[in-house]
Design a binder for this molecule. Structure first.
Ligand SMILES: [Zn+2]
Length: 334
């Protein structure tokens, strides 16, 4: 998958594209950033650009064509010069896997211009395996590039980190996450926005959460805000707690946590609307009319206070406070 098919990270791709085209790409790289934002796909895109038979040099970023024999073989994982090393069934990368990749990278590329060794979830490499890499990362064989992909770069050995140039991948904008969910995963618009709002900028997290749970959490959070927005009457406050935590049965911890995250993402959006920030930054852009309706009740201070109350509620929940008590408490704080 070439760069242009991956969402977000435009600046990173521009830099990588330029360096790869000029031949100045460092041979040992770490792609670091949250899970599920496209780091591994980006590593494959680099491998394509380095070996593409008809790379796109014009326009930004420089990119593999995605269609030539080399690009297609790389995308299918069958190109002889692109090695993917990843954790096996045991969840770790063993020293043998790393040694094998190093041995193979010592030869000239077989069918392409450059060998690319991608080590995905590199933090899963056993210390022995990481140590085996040191010499190669220090002085990679000519015509070889090593890319270590990780969401936990700080758990790599310092000696590994210091030998690689780090490229940082940020979280995706909620609008980008929603667009990918609709384009590649068949989500409808409402579901995509609900999942994106709670995904914390990670497509992986959005897909993992299960659409229904996200939609339900957001509905409960919106109902709660609406209930407490216009009234200081204690009974209405308790209705707010009920809207958040339900009545029929004791809500479970994970469920309430999800609703609290939804609440916090909406309160953050209220803050953005109050500050007249760019609407593209809203996590819940599809709920904007509803949020606009809440603005009058949530002046700057109230939104901010509510936001930090939700934060405290999440901490309390973490420390084993009962979900019902947390919801009741929060309804009076917002
Ligand atoms: Zn190509």
């Amino acid at each position: 998958m070439p760069f242009r098919a991956i969402s977000g990270h435009h600046h990173v791709f521009e830099l990588l594209g330029r360096a790869a085209t000029r031949g100045t790409l460092p041979p040992s790289l770490i792609f670091a950033g949250p899970d599920g934002v496209g780091k591994r796909m980006a590593a494959v895109a680099v491998a394509q650009l380095l070996n593409c038979l008809a790379p796109r040099a014009a326009g930004a970023p420089a990119d593999g064509c995605g269609e030539c024999a080399a690009c297609r073989r790389i995308a299918r994982g069958v190109h002889a010069d692109i090695l993917m090393v990843e954790p096996g069934d045991t969840g770790v990368i063993k020293v043998d896997q790393v040694r094998d990749a190093i041995d193979r990278s010592a030869y000239r590329p077989f069918e392409g211009r450059r060998r690319v060794v991608i080590i995905d979830n590199a933090d899963a490499a056993m210390p022995e395996a990481q140590n085996a890499l040191l010499k190669t990362l220090e002085e990679p064989p000519p015509a070889s590039t090593f890319i270590l992909v990780t969401s936990r770069p700080d758990t790599l050995l310092p000696t590994v980190r210091s030998r690689c140039q780090r490229t940082r991948f940020g979280r995706l904008a909620p609008a980008d996450v929603a667009a990918v969910l609709m384009r590649d995963h068949g989500y409808g618009e409402a579901d995509a926005h609900a999942a994106a709002a709670l995904s914390d900028g990670s497509i992986g997290a959005a897909l993992e959460g299960g659409t229904e749970a996200f939609v339900e959490a957001r509905n409960a959070a919106a109902a709660m805000l609406q209930t407490v927005a216009s009234s200081t009457d204690p009974r209405r406050r308790l209705d707010g707690a009920t809207a958040l935590a339900g009545v029929k049965r004791e809500i479970d911890r994970d469920e309430l946590a999800r609703r609290l995250y939804a609440l916090s993402s909406m309160l953050r959006d209220l803050g953005l609307l109050l500050a007249r920030a760019d609407e593209r930054r809203l996590a819940n852009a599809d709920l904007e009319p509803k949020l606009q309706g809440l603005l009058r009740s949530f002046d700057g201070d109230r939104a901010l206070r509510a936001f930090s109350a939700v934060d405290r509620a999440l901490t309390a929940l973490d420390r084993n406070a009962s979900p019902k008590i947390v919801a009741d408490w929060l309804a009076f704080q917002i």
